[in-house]
Design a protein around this ligand. Structure first.
Ligand code: G1P
Length: 296
């Protein structure tokens, strides 16, 4: 991309059926990993990548996300009165002051491509990032995955999609890319992309994870994209079309990805981050080592 990344889109209108009954009343993006909701990890990543405008594509059931990033006057006044400065800083720090949050609605659940298209009036024609908060990527204090991608996009004047190898029998859960021509150690040019192919039809086992740096020209393509896999308007299909006019790179990010869209991934992410938290690390290691349920 020829311009710096300033805007990041978060499609958060999904139903979260894998976490029912919790998601009857709680947005899945508000499920906590240790002490912060999933959406906070995604927002921190976007801010680390340089974004100052965050666009949440949401729906009527997701008001808690807007509430979370809003100022909490009463709570803040109480914490201030009681001198609880550390907690106050945490409550005020969900969104840095130079960053603005914009909420757009996706009136119908017509697919990821459609959700991204809903952000068009805010993004305009500049390059932008997309983060799917379900995919939590831990980089242990190193530059976030989206930042790595934004830097590559600028250096190579190309769109960038995060990928990792997925088990051969799970290609039907991912967008799958085929590449040719390495670009540095971690990237390669994409020449073909397909959404959720059966293992027997998958060109590779290189799966798209929830991070994209895209040119604004994707919107025109999305407007013409018809429903694909699962009857939904797929971002993958639009990118496949865009490949005719734009250069796109598949990028093997440095970091560990946890699929928090399912229970196992959420539990793994929680253990991983708890083991990195100075206040919890030794207790959590002790628990894992001695808990009878974990004995072989
Ligand atoms: C979406 C994308 C898919 C991508 C995946 C990553 O699918 O359509 O290409 O591989 O996210 O998490 P979903 O998981 O929303 O079905």
């Amino acid at each position: 991309m020829s311009r710096k990344l300033r805007k990041v889109v978060f499609p958060v209108a999904g139903l979260g059926t894998r976490f029912l009954p919790a998601t009857k009343a709680v947005a899945k993006e508000m499920l906590p990993v240790v002490d912060r909701p999933l959406i906070q990890y995604a927002v921190d990543e976007a801010v680390d990548a340089g974004a100052d405008t965050l666009i949440f594509v949401t729906n009527r059931y997701k008001h808690s996300i807007a509430d979370y990033f809003d100022k909490a006057y009463e709570l803040e006044a109480k914490l201030e009165q009681k001198g609880k400065d550390e907690l106050l800083a945490q409550v005020q720090g969900t969104l840095p002051s130079h960053v603005r949050a914009v909420f757009v609605t996706q009136p119908e659940a017509l697919g990821l491509g459609h959700a991204v298209l809903c952000a068009k009036p805010v993004v305009g024609d500049e390059p932008f990032g997309v983060i799917l908060p379900d995919d939590l990527i831990s980089t242990g204090g190193q530059p976030s995955a989206l930042r790595q991608m934004a830097e590559l996009a600028l250096a190579q004047n190309a769109g960038v999609i995060a990928v990792e190898e997925v088990p051969n029998d799970q290609t039907d859960k991912y967008g799958i890319v085929a590449t040719e021509g390495e670009v540095g150690e971690r990237a390669a040019r994409i020449h073909h992309m397909v959404e959720k192919p059966k293992p027997s039809e998958a060109p590779t086992n290189l799966g798209v994870v929830g991070r994209y740096v895209l040119p604004g020209s994707i919107f025109e393509v999305l407007e013409k994209t018809t429903p694909g896999a699962g009857g939904e308007i797929q971002l993958t299909d639009a990118i496949e079309t865009l490949l005719k006019q734009e250069s796109m790179l598949a990028y093997r990010f440095a970091g560990r990805r946890f699929d928090c869209g399912n229970k196992l991934g959420l539990v793994r992410a929680t253990l991983h981050l708890a083991a990195k938290d100075p206040q919890l690390a030794s207790a959590i290691r002790d628990f894992v080592a001695h808990e009878p349920e974990f004995a072989a």
